[in-house]
Design a protein around this ligand. Structure first.
Ligand code: CA
Length: 493
């Protein structure tokens, strides 16, 4: 860590050494937009994920794993570089990743690892630091996808999750046997617009998916940012998302046009289709069933890969990680999508299995970040992490020995505005109990949540005199974190 920041010391056990012989393999499985509350090992009320649960049962489940910028490409860049968005340059999805910079795959490759990247890359520039890569162009498509293998486009027939799994298993089987490996295996699923595999088209057909408590959130306890977003189940989901025209579901524009042409809609019109809450409920069911069907394919994919590790004898010396690039709103607050620093999209699922060091079925509630992943991998590979990486190795936590000086707060910064879904720029700090958010750019609003008393973040207590001391402390912490991470972007605290 940088000198002079004695209040933020790094954990003491960083950089344990490993000999060439015992260096573990690393299998990093990442999906796109998979919220942890759609995993049964995290207590999902909406689905079962037996194969993902295997990793939790045989390894460690993290309950406070967070991303530093809740949107696809920026999160991926943080994982590759171990640096916040303002330093790796990829602040939002419009930026092209500078692949010439330092990344952990390059360092592992240099240290003798066989490195591969298969699946969704989403960083515009070609992958660097990989002996082998085969990626989806851009977002990729669900059915009959193309992939780009080492710069050459290929066409495939079938469902994307199955095809990528075949490619990952193919690489594992053909990899050079004399080196440890690091495989980054990234699914497209369950990203919008949630197209299920043929096998799962009728899954949940006769089931009513439970609704979240906050499906009809009115945002009255919060500021303009929550009120002015454009990511609601009620009005933002399109026909392409729903794959059907909602019964009687007119857009606000269509309704306004009707009213202008014919006067206010009469009762007979209203009765012709669903309106109001019933229409939202109908859309929620359509959205969630397809989302969960995509996850069913992911779960099967993970099962196939775990089975292969068992059969090939690799399971004992392979670190298996399952995560997603951020969380997601599953109708929570009436939303889909991500971006906000609120809990559902700030959280990332994180499961890690490594039989040699991790107690089966263990659970960790320390604050960990996607920023920590690269230093964790380097630690296991016996490579000293470069001083300009900003995370900490999770290895002591995985061993069940959290250092006394482990972080008690995390820093977040989201940039993509103005843009799709209209989530305003904001940064903030989260501790185990509180969250302070500053929305800036075209507004200047603060929100404070007491997560113990208000876990759904329905009422900001920023202006509550009873929390004046908390606000003051968290602002000081926010300033300190911004200085520590060298973030001078955005409005001052
Ligand atoms: Ca994503």
């Amino acid at each position: 860590m940088a000198a002079g920041l004695s209040m933020l010391p790094g954990p003491a056990s960083r950089g344990q050494t490993a000999t060439a012989k015992d260096r573990p393999n690393i299998l990093f499985i990442m999906t796109d937009d998979h919220a942890s509350h759609a995993m049964s090992c995290y207590g999902s009320k909406v689905n079962q994920t037996p194969n993902l649960d295997r990793i939790a049962k045989e390894g460690m489940r993290f309950t406070n794993s967070f991303c530093t910028n809740s949107i696809c490409a920026p999160c991926r860049a943080v994982i590759l570089t171990g640096k916040y968005s303002h330093l790796n340059g990829l602040i939002d999805n419009s930026v092209t990743f500078d692949g010439s910079q330092q990344t952990f795959p390059k360092l592992l490759q240099k240290a003798g690892y066989a490195t591969a990247m298969i699946g969704k890359w989403h960083l515009k520039s070609d992958p660097t630091g990989f002996d082998y890569w085969n990626i989806l162009p851009g977002q990729g498509v669900y059915y009959n996808p193309a992939t780009i293998e080492m710069g050459v486009q290929q066409k495939h027939t079938g469902y994307v999750t199955d095809i990528l799994t075949d490619q990952a298993l193919g690489w594992l089987k053909a990899r050079p046997g004399d080196k440890p490996f690091c495989l980054m295996f990234h699914h497209k699923a369950p990203h919008r617009n949630w197209q299920p595999g043929p096998k799962h088209l009728d899954l949940y057909e006769d089931v009513q998916i439970p609704e979240p408590d906050t499906l009809f959130d009115d945002y009255e306890g919060r500021g303009r940012a929550a009120k002015e977003q454009d990511m609601t189940v009620a009005t933002t989901l399109t026909k392409a998302d729903l794959k059907l025209t909602p019964p009687g579901g007119l857009t606000p524009e269509q309704k306004a046009a009707w009213d202008a042409a014919y006067g206010p809609r009469n009762k007979a019109f209203e009765e012709a289709g669903l309106e109001g809450r019933e229409l939202v409920r109908w859309k929620y069911q359509r959205y969630m069933k397809d989302y969960l069907r995509c996850i069913a394919s992911v779960d099967e994919s993970v099962g196939r890969v775990l089975d292969y590790l068992d059969q090939s004898g690799l399971a004992g010396n392979t670190i298996v990680i399952y995560t997603s690039d951020q969380g997601f709103y599953l109708g929570d607050h009436g939303w889909f999508d991500k971006r906000f620093m609120y809990e559902e999209s700030l959280r990332m699922p994180l499961l890690v299995r490594y039989p040699q060091e991790i107690q089966p079925g263990s659970v960790n509630s320390d604050i960990v970040l996607n920023l920590d992943f690269p230093e964790t991998f380097l630690d296991y590979a016996g490579v000293s992490a470069p001083v300009d990486m900003q995370g900490w190795s999770l290895r002591p936590l995985l061993q069940g020995k959290t250092p006394a000086n482990w972080r008690t707060s995390m820093y977040y910064h989201y940039y993509e505005f103005p843009a799709e879904h209209s989530v305003k720029r904001h940064y903030g700090v989260r501790t185990q109990r509180y969250k302070l958010i500053h929305f800036y750019n075209d507004i200047d609003e603060w929100e404070l949540y007491d997560l113990q008393r208000d876990p759904h973040e329905l009422k900001s207590v920023y202006n509550d005199p009873g929390y004046a001391d908390v606000v003051q402390e968290l602002k000081a912490e926010l300033k300190r974190l911004r200085a520590h991470y060298n973030d001078t972007t955005g409005a001052p605290v």
